[in-house]
Design a protein around this ligand. Structure first.
Ligand code: GBH
Length: 480
């Protein structure tokens, strides 16, 4: 295995899922605070007011990570902790900056390299109230740029790895098409008071791409020459395999699935040829998909210095043969998903999460698909699983065999992909410790550390997977 891969092994987290302190020391509310405080929106009626209390116990987190043998740490900044009202003319909250500054110093003092995400879904509520945030591209961009500028200015002396957006596609579809995530908009009036699934996702996706382009341009011109960091975006994507490989329609459907999910963002950023969304999306969505202006084309193409990959599972997909016009609410390329293929082969062992099964067979295929299409270095920025029945603390639970097997198999596929010649520079597990899993509340546990959420200090207990990964990566490094 290449030393590049083994040189960055760690876990990823996100501010709204771990920090707590939702209104402490001047932090403003985010759209996720609002959603969590709206009855009926979160599965277990919980909120993230306290979460893992990482705001209070970040030193414990760093000490844990050190004991887990990591070399880096990927976390996100809460925009409304840094600029409570979010806007370009709004005051900066020095206490918020100080928190992140302290965390970064603590990491560096322990030999851990910070990877920092600017936006992991917690939009300042004030920007939603003022102008519907990303639905208003011209108002949003200056506000995002000012936020990015403050982060680069105040933290960029020590942060050398920046990620602008985490999974723009998931943020967009869960928030504006499905409507179960913040800001909770969709055409489904039983669930959401406002929204239009047929148009808003495409606008919000475009705003993220373009604002990412502007932020990278600013970083390159004003900060990179002196700070010498790197900057990119992290995209979500799972492998899609045809349900019936011998059926050309299913093969085309699997390709469409990958293009709607991944190439939606990746083609404009990394693609060859003209800067545009994939042809199958233009064909299905027509004028509902925004056009890139000449300036936007220049800004977006080449705007990510690596491919940040979040991936969890693989699916079998089949062409939607129902026939008739494709409904305007469809945002996935007119397909259906299956847990088994035509021959009854399962996509993988179940986890505690409906959509997530252990399907490492698709991981290497996905790495190859990305590499062959875009030829940029890949950072795996999230990968991990829940485990059935992980709930109450017991000895058996801490021996998380299912998670260990997941990591063993996925990292095994990763090692093969490196041997295939694919340039892979990191492996980040999701996640350091159990946390607030968005609309699932505390019911889905993804951590290599168990958190007892019933204790005021959110007591942390290492699961066996943490030691397994530490030893596994030590072994891989020794071999490389
Ligand atoms: C990541 O998103 C997030 O970055 C992270 O914050 C989160 O905690 C972690 O994963 C675990 O969920 O249509 O029912 O098949 C992963 C996003 C979630 C995208 C599930 C695809 C499919 C749901 N994925 N989703 S379904």
């Amino acid at each position: 295995m290449s030393s590049q891969l083994s040189s960055q092994f760690t876990y990823a987290t996100a501010a709204p899922q771990i920090e707590g302190a939702w209104n402490t020391d001047g932090k403003g509310p985010s759209i996720w605070d609002t959603l969590a405080h709206t009855p009926g929106k979160i599965l277990d009626n919980s909120n993230a007011d306290d979460a893992c209390r990482s705001y209070d116990f970040y030193r414990q987190d760093v000490a844990l990570m050190k004991s887990y043998g990591v070399t880096a740490y990927r976390f996100s900044l809460s925009w409304s902790r840094i600029i409570p009202l979010g806007g370009k003319d709004d005051p900066i909250n020095e206490a918020g900056i100080q928190f992140y500054s302290n965390l970064i110093d603590e990491l560096l003092a322990n030999g851990i390299t910070p990877f920092v995400t600017l936006f992991h879904w917690d939009m300042p509520q004030a920007l939603e109230d003022r102008y519907k945030s990303m639905l208003n591209q011209s108002k949003y961009i200056p506000d995002f740029l000012r936020y990015a500028r403050v982060c680069f200015e105040r933290l960029g002396d020590r942060v050398k790895h920046w990620i602008t957006y985490n999974e723009p596609g998931v943020y967009t579809l869960a928030g504006y098409a499905g409507g179960a995530h913040a800001p909770g908009r969709s055409s489904n009036r039983e669930q959401n008071e406002e929204g239009d699934t047929s148009t808003e996702p495409w606008i919000v996706g475009h705003t993220q791409l373009v604002s990412h382009g502007y932020a990278v341009d600013m970083y390159r011109k004003e900060f990179q020459p002196s700070q010498k960091g790197t900057i990119g975006i992290t995209l979500s994507g799972n492998w899609s395999e045809p349900w019936d490989k011998s059926d050309a329609a299913d093969r085309a459907a699997a390709q469409r699935a990958l293009e709607f999910e991944i190439a939606w963002f990746a083609d404009p950023v990394y693609g060859p040829g003209k800067v545009d969304y994939p042809g199958c999306m233009r064909k299905q969505l027509g004028e509902r998909l925004p056009q890139f202006t000449e300036e936007e084309k220049r800004l977006v193409r080449g705007s990510s210095e690596f491919y940040g990959m979040n991936t969890y599972t693989s699916f079998f997909v089949k062409d939607n043969i129902v026939g008739g016009p494709i409904p305007p609410e469809d945002h996935k390329g007119n397909l259906r998903w299956f847990n088994e293929n035509k021959d009854g082969v399962s996509r993988g062992e179940e986890s505690d999460t409906e959509w997530l099964r252990t399907a490492p067979w698709g991981f290497r295929k996905l790495l190859r698909w990305i590499w062959e299409r875009y030829h940029v270095p890949i950072y795996v920025t999230e990968n991990g699983t829940t485990v059935k029945g992980e709930d109450k603390l017991t000895e058996k639970l801490l021996n998380d065999r299912h998670r260990i097997e997941f990591y063993r198999k996925y990292v095994g596929e990763l090692a093969k992909a490196v041997k295939d010649g694919i340039d892979i520079r990191s492996y980040f597990g999701w996640t350091l410790a159990d946390n607030w899993e968005w609309a699932k509340g505390y019911t889905d546990r993804f951590g290599v550390t168990f958190i007892d959420f019933d204790t005021p200090e959110k007591k942390r207990y290492p699961k066996r997977s943490a030691a397994f990964n530490r030893d596994f990566f030590k072994h891989l490094i020794a071999k490389s």
